[in-house]
Design a binder for this molecule. Structure first.
Ligand code: NAI
Length: 351
C-alpha cells in the first residue's frame, strides 16, 4: 500500500523514525531532491492511524516540491509529520527531549531534508532542533516573520493578474476584497493601498479590521458579506476552503488571488471557476514569499535578496495567467504542469 502511494505521487523517499526514550514517532517524506535539498515544515498532529499520517506527509511533501519549483528555488519538496499522542499536551511533557530526538532523525538524512516550523511547532521547537542538527531553518536567529514577504509576493501576483486578466497596467483604482487581515492580509492591504487599490476588508477580529481600515481607508464588511462584494479581485487571506460550493456562486469578482493555503475546497471547484471565467491564482504559487524568505537562510540570509526573489512571483503568476487565458484550463492544473516542467529540467545555475 505504501509503495502504491509513493508510485502514484511520483516519489521519492519516505523515512520513518522512532525514539523509545521520548515516544517520538515521526515520518519524513522527501518527494523530490532533483533541484536541491528538500525543504518543508514539521507538523505535529494526533493522527487517528498511520495511514492518515502517511497520507498527510506524502501529499504535503509533494505540494512543497511544486511550491519550491515554481518559486524558482534550488530546493525539492519535503515534509515531516510527528504523530503525537495526547501526552504532548500534559504538564511535565519533556518537549526538549522530544524535539532533540526529532532533530537527530533529521540529522541522519545528512541535509537532504531541511526542516522548519509548521502547524503545531514553534520557533522555540526549531531552536531545540538546532542544538542537534544544522539542517533546520526559521530558528529565532533566522529570517524572522515571513508574513511581509508573503504579502509582497501576493501583491506582485495581483499585479500580474491585473495585467493579464483585467488588462490593467497598474493597481490604481482596482477594487480588491481581502478576507482576513491578520499577519499576511494586513500587510497585503497596506501594500495594495500604497499602490492605489480600493479595498473592502473583513475579519472575525473587530479590532484588527478597524485598525487596517484606519490605515488603508478600506471599506469594512462582515465575514459573510465579503463573498458578495462586487470587486475586481477577491483575496482570501484567512483559512483554507474559502471557495466552496456554497460561496462560489456568490462571488462577483473577475479573479481570486490571495495568500491563504488550500483556498479551493476541491479540484472540482477549480474547474468550475475556469468554466465561469474567474481566474484563480494557485495558492502555492502566489503565497511562496514566506518560503522564499526562509530558504534564503541556506545561502546566508539577506532580506533584500529575499524581497527581490519574492517580487519574481509576478512573472510566475503572469505565465500561469497567460497559459490559462490561451487554453481555458484551470490555473491549478497549469501550475502543477509548470512545476513538473521545472523539476524535469533539473537544477539551473543560480543567479
Ligand atoms: P493570521 O492568523 O495572522 O491571519 C488570519 C486572519 O484571518 C486573522 O486575522 C483571523 O481573525 C482572520 N479570520 C479567521 N477566520 C476568518 C473568516 N471566516 N473570515 C474573515 N477573517 C477570518 O494568519 P496569516 O499568517 O496571516 O495566514 C493567513 C493565511 O495565509 C493562512 O491560510 C496561512 O496558511 C497562509 N499563509 C501564510 C503565510 C505566512 O507567511 N504567514 C505563508 C503562506 C501561507
Amino acid at each position: 500500500m505504501i509503495f502504491n502511494i509513493l508510485r502514484d505521487l511520483g516519489y521519492g523517499q519516505l523515512h520513518l523514525g522512532t525514539d523509545a526514550a521520548t515516544g517520538l514517532r515521526a515520518l519524513i517524506a522527501l518527494h523530490s531532491t532533483r533541484l536541491g535539498p528538500a525543504i518543508g515544515g514539521c507538523r505535529v498532529r494526533i493522527y487517528e492511524d498511520e495511514q492518515q499520517a502517511i497520507h498527510d506527509v506524502t501529499r504535503l511533501a509533494r505540494a512543497m516540491s511544486h511550491k519550491a519549483a515554481v518559486a524558482g528555488l534550488p530546493h525539492g519538496g519535503g515534509k515531516a509529520v510527528i504523530w503525537a499522542t495526547s501526552a504532548i499536551h500534559q504538564p511535565g511533557f519533556d518537549r526538549t527531549a522530544y524535539f532533540q530526538a526529532f532533530g537527530r532523525f533529521v540529522d541522519q538524512l545528512h541535509g537532504s531534508y531541511l526542516t522548519c516550523e509548521d502547524s503545531g511547532t514553534s520557533t522555540r521547537d526549531m531552536d531545540i532542533v538546532r542544538t542537534v542538527t544544522p539542517h533546520v531553518l526559521g530558528t529565532s536567529s533566522g529570517s524572522g516573520d515571513p508574513s511581509p514577504f508573503t504579502a509582497l509576493g501576493c501583491r506582485r501576483g495581483i499585479e500580474a493578474v491585473a495585467e493579464v486578466i483585467l488588462n490593467r497596467d497598474s493597481l490604481k483604482g482596482l477594487h480588491v476584497a481581502v478576507q482576513g487581515v491578520g499577519a499576511v492580509g494586513g500587510h497585503l492591504a497596506r501594500e495594495l493601498h500604497e499602490a492605489g487599490a480600493r479595498l473592502t476588508i473583513a475579519d472575525v477580529d473587530p479590532e484588527r479590521v478597524a485598525r487596517v481600515a484606519r490605515e488603508t481607508g478600506a471599506a469594512v464588511t462582515t465575514v459573510d458579506a465579503i463573498f458578495d462584494v462586487e470587486c475586481d479581485i477577491f483575496a482570501p487571506c484567512a483559512l483554507g476552503g474559502a471557495i466552496n460550493t456554497a460561496t462560489l456562486p456568490r462571488l462577483r469578482c473577475r479573479a481570486i488571488a490571495g495568500a491563504a493555503n488550500n483556498q479551493l475546497e476541491s479540484a472540482a471547484i477549480g474547474v468550475e471557476l475556469a468554466r465561469r471565467g474567474i481566474f484563480y491564482a494557485p495558492d502555492y504559487a502566489i503565497n511562496a514569499g514566506g518560503l522564499i524568505n526562509v530558504a534564503q537562510e541556506v545561502v546566508g540570509y539577506d532580506a533584500a535578496k529575499a524581497r527581490d526573489k519574492a517580487s519574481k512571483i509576478y512573472g510566475t503568476i503572469r505565465e500561469i495567467a497567460q497559459r490559462a487565458a490561451q487554453s481555458g484550463r484551470p490555473p491549478g492544473e497549469i501550475s502543477d504542469e509548470l512545476a513538473a516542467e521545472i523539476i524535469a529540467r533539473g537544477p539551473q545555475p543560480t543567479t
